[in-house]
Every structure is written in C-alpha cells, then in structure tokens.
Design a protein around this ligand. Sequence first.
Ligand code: DGY
Length: 325
Amino acid sequence: MDFAHKNKVYITRKIPEPGPSILKKYFQTNMNSGVDVLEREKLFENVRGVDALICMLGDKIDSQVMDAAGHNLKVISCYSVGHDHVDIYEATKRKIAVTNTPNVLANTTADLTFSLILTAARNIVNADRYVRYGNWKFGWTPDLFLGYDVHGSTLGIIGLGEIGTLVAKRARGFDMEVIYYSKTRKHKIESELDITYVSLEELLQRSDFVSIHVSLNKDSFHMIDESKIKLMKKTAFIINTSRGKVINEQHLISALKDKVIAGAALDVYEIEPISKSNPLTKMSQTILLPHIGSATFRTRSKMAEVSANNIVNFFNRKGIVHKIN
Ligand code: DGY
C-alpha cells in the first residue's frame, strides 16, 4: 500500500485487539491508553495533524475537534453503530468521511434488550437483593415477588432496524405477540416474523413491554414524553437500549413516581454517566445498566476490527467502508 506508515491515526480511548494491530500495520498509530473521556484541550492536542480518528460515545467530535485536527483529517471512524456524538453536517461540509460499525453488534444488543425484558417482568434485580441482604426469612411464599409473564404478552418495538428486528425474532421464540412502529413499514419482516405494524399511539396502548430501537436524531429526540407515556398500560414496562435522549427523562421520572407505568429498564440516559442523585437510582421499579448493550468480548473485538478496517479500506480504496455521510 502506498500510504504505508505515512498517515497518522489517533484512537481516543483504548480499544481491544485486533483494532490497534490492524492500524499499526499501516499507520503511525497513537492510542490513548486510558478509558476515560479525554479533556477537550487534551483531545485537541492529541488529534493535531492526524489523517484519521477512531472515536467513541462520550467524545464530542465537533467543528472544534476538526479544526484542531487540521486539513489532513479525512476519516472519522466511530467505534459504535450510533454516531450522534459526531457533527455529521460539519464533517460532510469538510469532505471528511464518517464511518461506523453496523452488522456486528445487533445480536449482542438484542440479547441484552431481551434480558432486560425478562429481568423487569420477573423482578429479578429486587429478588436478588432480597436474598443477598438476608431478607428471605420464610421460604417459599405464595405471593413473593409476583411478576408478569413474558410469554403470551405483547411486545411493542419502536424502530424496526437491525436491532429491533432481532429483538422481534427473540420475542417470537418466547411466544409473544409483536407489534411495531417504524418510520417505514417493513412488509417482508412482518410476514417472515409474523409481526404487525401499528401506529405509535396504538403500540403504546397495547403493549405490555415497549422497547425502543431508533437512532437519535431531531425526529426521535424526546419522542417518548409525558403524553406518550400516558397512553401506556399501568402494568407496562419501558425498555431503552438505544439512546437516552429518545425519552424525556424528567417525564419518565414523574410517570414512574406517579405509577403511570409499572417500570423502566434502561441501558442509556439523557446524560451519561447518570448521577447518583438521579431519582431513577432511588426507585425499585427501575433497572439501570451502564450502557453495555454491545459489551461482550467478541462483539467489542469485532467492533474494533470493523472500525480499524474502515480506515484501512478508506485509504486503500478497497474493501468495505461503512460510510454514514
Ligand atoms: C452503539 O454502537 O451505538 C452502542 O450504543 C455502543 O456500542
């Protein structure tokens, strides 16, 4: 390759192998060995003069970062499928390619989503704490931790992309009725999985579990607010493994306090990490995870491989580049 060792790549936080090794073969590669999001000034300093950048959630890649990098910057490779942390408009204006990691994390995120459905329905977190903290005094009890059946219940999927579809597939295996709402209707998937398209309002009214799988953009921002939550059943749960800002968190907190719905199982928040003082952390009807939808050894490694290859293939003009813009 004629670009060998000429171009510089910066990786904003430590990613697993084979990502770094793939890049080191072809580029001068510099990786922040820490796991924390870099201070802005430090980020500006570290991206200076790079030709490509691997960034991830929590990094804010805006015009200031692009300015700091300078004219050499040609590719911003997201170590994620979501790309709401990158100013795509600004990158496109500057002819900088932005890439992501589709196809490799959907099953893993669908697994986590389904585990949240089961955990919420059957009170698993509270029951575990009950045993762990020595509160289980009377053995088997007829009404101890009664929950809701997952089989035979209705799952409403908002957003039938890759992840939403795989959640639907799992749900059908559990004999759930699946209804979905998506910007575009997916007739083929409907007949393959025997699932039904409905309006967002109908979905919220009929579902026992509402699971969100849309990407964050101006249309989906606060798509679930007080008026939408009010349509849900009192016994329903909301599950979010997409982006926190799709739900108006303050409205959700009020709805949970007022018992408008039964509970929420969340992997994502409006502000991450959420603070310990966030009312969500004080409620027994919430399950809160630290944004780990794609967090398995195999998937994170695959994401590293894809994000590195996006850069190699971009400069090599060969192979697949998962370009967003
Ligand atoms: C993504 O890829 O967008 C997830 O949220 C993190 O893996």
